[in-house]
Design a binder for this molecule. Structure first.
Ligand code: HEM
Ligand SMILES: Cc1cc2nc3c(=O)[nH]c(=O)nc-3n(C[C@H](O)[C@H](O)[C@H](O)COP(=O)(O)O)c2cc1C
Length: 506
């Protein structure tokens, strides 16, 4: 057993030990590699990092540390000798939970529009968690494009039809769903709510929606499935809800295979492989926040200068790396910049259930997804968190309708990004989508009100959707068709092949 006073001595970049769940790790060599930045680890040097760690990672992520990092267990009677995290006094650390400023949260009944949950989350969350949930890449143009493009498609309502009763149920990959939307996968839910994925899973079963769980969850796959099964049991197995798995392909092939096998054994219905993330996008607000945090903790002078790092790497004969601070390095172990279409072949050998590619952004790749035997594609730019000025899902859908319409008959096509009003779901369905993924709205609702908030958010979206159906003159989702919307504004700006430009100039 290790003594707290001994651990506390290793509190610098030169020697950095941290405690996670009563185990002591030497993370010195990992600090400059940590994809979440070195500051967050250095702040925990010689301290108990368990609660901060649990906000971002599942208990298993520590196993990705280099061999030999685990030093032993901490002697529980010496915990008080550990350091307090740098830059924060102890009471502040304890207060920094999603529930910290509950008093300021508006009453849930004031969330009248689905978009109202955003303000409620902002009032609830500690700043760091708010930034994590709301941030986007670079200038924010991709996120803004997502938000804007829903309004750039308008409806063409039909009148004088009997719309007294409306049916909003449909199917996703052959499974009934009460509503044509589902819960998008979001990592690190522990930073948003103490029970993160557990709370979201309860809401999923309660509402009957299908839910995608992220590889970067803060609870293990098994914990999530256990909750799902217990909730199903509690409700007499009456919920249509299915759990689906979002896969970031681990760089180590063997680890990837093991993960896929675990997910299969746990009973997940389908594999949604995220393909828009060979490297993490430049999350601007997180960067400002991290830089400020480093300054506040007095750690900035300890940061490795990118130039120095480049030099060392080059001298060592390896390809130059780029520090996470200036972007470009894939998180070790979790994202692989080397993944290609060919990798789908060995994944297919391991997984005989539906495969959906998450993050398709042009018509050519939609065609390739058909060739590689996928069952679905999710048109997405990761909620504007990856590529700068990426197309919105609606724009990509228009592109596919124009250049690869045959794929719509061969694949189920999903869209996500920027949905803030249930009525807008109808626009995607009219243009040929099967269903829409909802990310931040549900995360915001959970932040402010837990599972009950997510349930309320689903009700609000459902109400917006059914009202819009009636006003559009339809009573069930098999009546949606392209003539019910005007997508001309998007079509005007849609990509056209270079040849078309040339012809039009002649
Ligand atoms: C000690 C073992 C650790 C390992 C192996 C590890 C690994 C990783 C990996 C692979 C990522 C990038 C992918 C992801 O977002 O999940 C990441 C991100 C991150 N990590 Fe860690 N981490 C460790 C410890 C910690 C600790 C102790 C903290 C907090 C005190 C922390 C906070 C974060 C944060 C805030 C991010 C960024 C999340 C985001 O912006 O998406 N990590 N870490
Ligand atoms: C906080 C947060 C975390 C996310 N984590 C993941 C993830 O782990 N894996 C993934 O494929 N997509 C992730 N996404 C992207 C979502 O699955 C989805 O594509 C996006 O949120 C949809 O946009 P919306 O939030 O505007 O609805 C994340 C999004 C947010 C906001």
């Amino acid at each position: 057993m290790l003594d707290g006073a001994e651990v506390a001595k290793h509190s610098s970049r030169k020697s950095c030990w941290i405690v996670i769940n009563s185990k002591v790790y030497d993370v010195t060599s990992f600090v400059p590699e940590h994809p979440g930045g070195s500051t967050i680890l250095l702040k925990q040097a010689g301290a108990d990092a368990s609660s901060e760690y649990a906000k971002y990672h599942s208990p298993e992520v520590v196993n990705d540390l280099p061999e030999g990092s685990y030093l032993g267990d901490i002697d529980p009677s010496t915990l008080s000798a550990l350091n307090a995290p740098k830059g924060l006094s102890r009471p502040e650390v304890q207060e920094a939970t999603a529930q910290s400023s509950e008093g300021q949260v508006p009453h849930v009944s004031l969330c009248v529009r689905a978009s109202d949950f955003e303000a409620a989350a902002k009032a609830t969350l500690p700043n760091k968690s708010w930034i994590y949930a709301s941030s986007s890449a670079n200038s924010g143009a991709s996120l803004q494009g997502n938000l804007d493009d829903w309004s750039r498609v308008s409806f063409r309502p039909r009148i004088l039809r009997n719309v007294e009763s409306v049916e909003v149920g449909t199917k996703i990959l052959g499974n009934a769903t009460p509503l044509p939307f589902y819960v998008s996968p979001m990592g690190s839910m522990g930073s948003i709510h103490g029970e993160g994925e557990i709370e979201m899973t309860k809401a999923i079963v309660q509402t009957g929606l299908h839910g995608l769980m992220s590889t970067a969850s803060t609870k293990t796959t098994e914990q999530i499935v256990e909750t799902y099964l217990a909730e199903q049991e509690r409700r007499g197995h009456g919920s249509a809800s299915k759990l689906m798995f979002q896969l970031y392909i681990p760089t180590d092939r063997q680890k990837a295979i093991e993960l896929i096998r675990r997910v299969k054994k746990a009973g997940f219905h389908s594999l949604w492989i995220t393909v828009d993330t060979p490297v993490l996008g430049k999350r601007t607000a997180d960067r400002y926040q991290q830089a400020q945090e480093a300054l506040d903790a007095g750690l900035e002078e300890e940061e490795v200068e990118p130039a120095a790092e480049l030099e060392i790497e080059t001298q060592g004969g390896e390809a130059p790396k780029v520090s996470p601070k200036i972007g470009g390095r894939p998180p070790p172990g979790q994202l692989s910049a080397k993944t290609t279409w060919e990798d789908l072949k060995w994944i297919r050998q391991e997984w005989d259930r539906p495969i959906i590619l998450k993050g398709v952004q042009c018509a050519e790749d939609a065609k390739l997804a058909v060739e590689y035997g996928c069952q679905g594609i999710l048109l997405s730019n990761h909620g504007g968190r990856q590529m700068h000025t990426a197309p919105s899902a609606l724009m990509t859908l228009c592109e596919i309708r124009t250049y690869a319409p045959e794929t719509l008959a061969k694949l189920e096509v999903f869209v996500d990004g920027g949905l803030r009003d249930g009525a807008d779901v109808l626009k995607a369905l009219c243009l040929g989508a099967t269903a829409v993924g909802v990310g931040r709205l549900f995360l915001y609702a959970m932040a402010a009100y837990g599972a009950k908030g997510v349930e309320r958010c689903v009700d609000v979206l459902a109400e917006e959707l059914t009202t819009a159906m009636r006003l559009l003159g339809i009573t069930s989702l098999d009546q949606v068709r392209p003539e019910l919307v005007n997508a001309r504004r998007l079509l005007n700006e849609m990509w056209v092949p270079e040849q078309t430009f040339v012809k039009s100039r002649l």
